[in-house]
Write a protein that binds this ligand. Structure first.
Ligand code: NAI
Length: 397
């Protein structure tokens, strides 16, 4: 099969396996070039197949020789369907990890369920005894509560007002007008249920109950804070409320973990990047494309791997943490630069389809989108026939 990109409503419905391999490889190469550091031995990552979770896995596996267990929700390739990028990222992570002599395991399924937690617990008991780090990097639009069986859908909406703006049409590389609707109280609660800290807490509780946490155990989850330019759509919207809940969860977990294991629960605020999840957030892509341009010009632009390498090496396991007044770890510090944010705001106010290419890095933004789906790598021959069945014959461990 010759695989060409197909984008519908800003979702890439086809992915390229060899390009996904390249995406994983480039992250591994980055970590190897930057060098190893002392960190955790046995790590569990929830949502480690793409975006910030995959970058965390690569950093910890290839940066500190950690054994990594990943739980992610993927679609397997079938007939002329290419599967999800995360499916292939897992396969190639495993291949590279095997070459390196690292131990790895992937669980494919619903991290929110009790069944998945039990499978992972059984595996940790059998293979490791205990873990010393849990990274919670899940992004989802729905969650079935394992206690009640009720399914909740999250909303990406504003609170108390509607917000007008532009988003990016990836296919046409142009702006499209978008309105962010005001959320109902129920939509706010449902978003908290999906993207808040409840499931993170359930994971820690389940692991603690089975005595699977090492002395000094740490757990980290990711938030986005952004700047006044994005407050209406993120920090002060439904997703921001869910992230507040995540932070409350971190505070409670931190107290318990400190007491029992001399451990720590952390929140880290990350920089805005293109991922499968972030592309859905209305208006956010325009902010992202402007930010990319300005940060690239200033030489401060980072992608997921640079962010996570810095977080773990310098901050979580290093001596140079950047911590804010409420204790969050802040590798998003470069995005927060005041002068930079002033410029972003100024451009946001005047951007239109005529000046889009001049005032934003829409090309770079779309290129990142293509790359997370395995396209646009100059090292991959996209005219080559891909035998997906053979590529997929690898057994996932
Ligand atoms: P992503 O879409 O690349 O990754 C999400 C991961 O969650 C994938 O591995 C996916 O398989 C997994 N997942 C989704 N539903 C699942 C389920 N039911 N069971 C098991 N796994 C499931 O997203 P991204 O952007 O890397 O998000 C990760 C975290 O980083 C989120 O908390 C997000 O809010 C945060 N973050 C993202 C930023 C961005 O600009 N992308 C900025 C700051 C924070």
């Amino acid at each position: 099969m010759i695989i060409k990109p197909a984008i519908k409503n800003n979702i890439c419905v086809r992915v390229h396996p060899i390009g996904c391999r390249e995406n994983v490889k480039r992250q591994i190469d980055y970590v190897k070039t930057k060098g190893s550091f002392k960190g955790p031995k046995n790590v569990l990552i929830i949502g480690g197949s793409s975006g910030y979770g995959l970058a965390s896995r690569v950093t910890l596996g290839f940066g500190c020789n950690a054994n990594t267990i990943n739980v992610s929700f993927e679609i397997e390739p079938k007939r002329n369907k290419t599967g999800t990028a995360g499916w292939w990222n897992n396969i190639y992570f495993q291949q590279f990890a095997k070459e390196e002599g690292l131990k790895y395991k992937d669980f494919i399924g619903d991290a929110f369920s009790f069944e998945m937690k039990q499978q992972v617990i059984d595996y940790i008991k059998r293979e490791y005894g205990k873990i010393d780090l849990l990274v919670y990097s899940l992004a989802s639009n729905r969650r079935t509560d394992p206690v009640t069986g009720e399914t909740y859908i999250s909303s990406l909406k504003s609170i108390g007002k509607t917000v007008d703006g532009y988003s990016i049409d990836i296919n046409k590389e142009c702006l499209k007008y978008e309105k962010m609707e005001e959320a109902t109280p129920e939509e706010i609660q449902n978003t908290i249920k999906v993207m808040g800290g409840e499931d993170w807490d359930l994971w820690v509780e389940a692991l603690m109950k089975e005595d699977l946490l090492e002395e000094g155990f740490k757990t980290v989850s990711y938030t986005y804070l952004g700047s006044p330019a994005t407050y209406d759509i993120y920090h002060e919207g439904t997703i921001g409320k869910a992230k507040n809940h995540l932070e409350e969860t971190a505070r409670a977990l931190n107290t318990t973990l400190k007491e029992k294991y001399n451990g720590q629960a952390l929140i880290s605020a990350s920089k805005a990047i293109v991922t499968k999840a972030s592309i859905y957030i209305p208006i956010f892509p325009v902010y992202g494309a402007i930010l990319y341009k300005l940060m690239k010009e200033a030489g401060t632009h980072e992608g997921e791997i640079e962010q996570k390498y810095r977080l773990f090496k310098d901050m979580v396991y290093g001596e140079e943490p950047i911590i804010d007044e409420v204790g969050r770890y802040r590798p998003d510090n470069l995005e927060q630069d005041e002068a930079l944010q002033e410029k972003v705001k100024e451009i946001l106010n005047k951007i239109d389809n005529d000046n889009l290419h001049e005032l934003s890095d829409i090309k770079g933004f779309v290129d990142d989108f293509m790359k997370i789906n395995g396209f646009n790598f100059d090292t991959v021959d996209y005219e080559q026939d891909v035998d997906m069945e053979t590529l997929n014959e690898v057994e996932l461990y």
